[in-house]
Design a protein around this ligand. Structure first.
Ligand code: ADP
Ligand code: ZN
Length: 535
């Protein structure tokens, strides 16, 4: 047995090494627990300060003679930045990854094996190699393996948005070195992902620390798609002229087209997606980080591990996959704590597309079911007529009051009772089926409901249906909202290449008038006036 070791006081390390005066939120409790050798699972939003939760214990434990902390991270850029910052602050740290030469790697391995490093960052795949495991064993035998920190721990869960198979073998660490404490950290964790992390990393004994996911300085705005590009341009010009922001699009093609279009409109926009040449991509990323007022138009490939404090807005031109994705992506705005906006344009085609992507993905039915549930939660957020933040936080298990800083709080939307309209739409879909067994998409359905005389209507004799023109009193926009809701709520399902509509079992309740449907009144496409920075 080694003699009890005395740990330096964490707050002194925070002040001396990092130059900060105090811990934030749960940091103090986490740092104390981990420094004392306890296991921890830390759920903290992006920008919450997760790094210090393992860096301070790593330094304290190194100073007390426990040796090296091994940090597992999938983000090479982040490793690079953190190691640079630590070395600058006089903490001996290094990383091992595939970008290094053999000589470089060997030099770092020697430092590690001597127990001199405080922190060693490594990509998850390295932990599976016999060579690295042998080195860890050697350290462990000499009492110099201090702590494992597993960053981006949601990567271990299939239910998360960023599953990485190499993470699965991290349970090995616990099996091989059961007495070495572990801290797992993530910014993403709904109930199901959280439970999965605990299971797969065998963290049943770990203390769970949950920081509030609220980002009060971010204002959430979700608008109905009309002419999305113009809506985006107006949003940028009116409220974020000359400011840095990120615009997320689903496809690479759309990223490029949107960036080009914005540039033609006089916005300093750059494109970023995984299909671009890596030097162009790096150059764009660099300019975004270094220059002022760059708007990065990107796929979700952009952003993980990018710490730019003054991003003033994040815009979505397409619907993310789920609330975790939305939260993660919007969370890149306002990391400096100053006012920022998360803006999204959302429409019927988004709902249909996302459903189709799930349906057509090559996964198990169980997996698809979970993904559908997650999409539904996001759709409910998009359609909400009450506080967006309250819904967002409720999704992460937090109770809160209406926030006063989202579109719905600031301008409570007018609602209309769409119960009757929903019944009309459902019975029309039902009539299509009865009348020849055909299925049709949303466009045709709306034409029939509104009594529009089209070629297709005449081709199928739909002007003779009992549901013909029964909904002429509602606008096309209103009908789209009704359908979005019906699809979002799962009463109507879309199928196949043409996204034809059919009824789900649950539609029965709506048809019988048992389910009330309250929709937001469509607004004029123009956005409300300039948002104020101060309030
Ligand atoms: P996360 O990994 O949770 O996204 P980081 O660890 O990158 O967050 O921290 C976000 C920012 O907050 C960093 O710039 C970091 O230096 C700063 N920070 C974290 N904790 C503190 C603190 N206690 N006092 C001051 N700044 C802090
Ligand atoms: Zn609100």
């Amino acid at each position: 047995m080694s003699p009890p070791k005395h740990h330096p006081v964490p707050i002194h390390i925070l002040q001396e090494v990092f130059g900060y005066s105090a811990f934030r939120g749960q940091q103090a409790a986490i740092v104390e627990h981990v420094t004392d050798g306890g296991d921890a699972l830390v759920l903290m939003p992006t920008g919450g300060g997760k790094s210090l939760c393992y860096q301070v214990p790593a330094i304290a434990r190194q100073r007390a003679g426990h040796g090296v902390t091994v940090v597992v991270s999938p983000l090479i850029a982040l490793m690079h930045d953190q190691v640079g910052a630590l070395e600058e602050a006089g903490v001996h740290a290094a990383f091992l990854n595939s970008t290094q030469s053999l000589e470089e790697a060997q030099a770092i391995e020697r430092e590690m094996l001597a127990g001199r490093l405080s922190l060693l960052y490594a990509a998850p795949e390295r932990l599976n190699t016999p060579r690295f495991l042998a080195q860890l064993t050697s350290l462990h035998e000499r009492g110099l393996l201090s702590l494992f920190a597993i960053d981006e721990a949601h990567c271990v869960s299939q239910w998360g948005h960023d599953f990485r198979s190499e993470y699965l073998s991290l349970s090995l660490l616990h099996e091989r070195f059961p007495d070495v404490p572990r801290i797992a950290l993530t910014a993403t964790a709904d109930d199901i992902t959280r439970a999965d992390i605990i299971d797969r990393l065998q963290l049943h004994e770990a203390r769970v620390f949950i920081d509030s996911f609220d980002r009060p300085n971010i204002r959430y705005l979700i608008v109905e798609k009309d002419k999305p590009r113009e809506q985006l341009l107006r949003f940028i010009q009116d409220d974020h002229d000359g400011e840095a922001g990120v615009v997320y699009c689903q496809s690479r093609k759309k990223v490029e087209e949107t960036a080009e279009w914005l540039r033609a409109e006089g916005i300093s926009a750059l494109a970023y997606h995984a299909g671009m040449d890596s030097d162009v991509r790096m150059r764009h990323q660099d300019r975004f980080l270094r220059e002022d007022g760059i708007v990065m138009v990107a796929t979700v490939a952009f952003g993980m591990g990018i710490d730019k404090p003054d991003v003033r807005f994040v815009a979505h031109l397409d619907l993310p996959k789920n609330i975790e994705g939305y939260y993660q992506e919007t969370g890149r705005a306002g990391r400096d704590g100053e006012a920022a906006e998360a803006w999204m344009a959302y429409g019927l085609a988004d709902v249909v597309n996302q459903r189709r992507m799930i349906d057509e993905s090559p996964s198990t039915e169980e997996f698809k079911q979970v993904q559908r549930g997650k999409l539904d939660a996001l759709l409910a957020l998009a359609e909400a007529t009450d506080c967006r933040r309250q819904r967002l936080l409720a999704y992460f298990g937090e109770d809160s009051e209406p926030c006063g800083n989202c579109d719905n709080c600031l301008n409570p939307p007018a609602t209309w009772d769409a119960t009757e309209a929903a019944r009309m739409a459902l019975s029309c879909i039902y009539r299509f089926r009865q009348n020849g067994g055909q299925r049709f998409g949303a466009g045709h359905l709306i034409d029939v409901l509104r009594g529009k005389d089209t070629e297709k209507v005449r081709q199928y004799g739909h002007q003779h249906l009992s549901t013909w023109a029964i909904g002429a009193h509602l606008s096309e926009q209103q009908w789209r909202a009704v359908l979005r809701q019906l699809i979002a709520l799962g009463h109507v399902v879309t199928e196949g290449e043409f996204s034809t509509l059919s009824l789900n079992e649950s539609a029965r309740g709506v048809l019988k008038g048992e389910v009330e449907l309250l929709l937001r009144q469509p607004t004029a496409p123009a956005r409300k006036g300039k948002t104020s920075r101060s309030g």
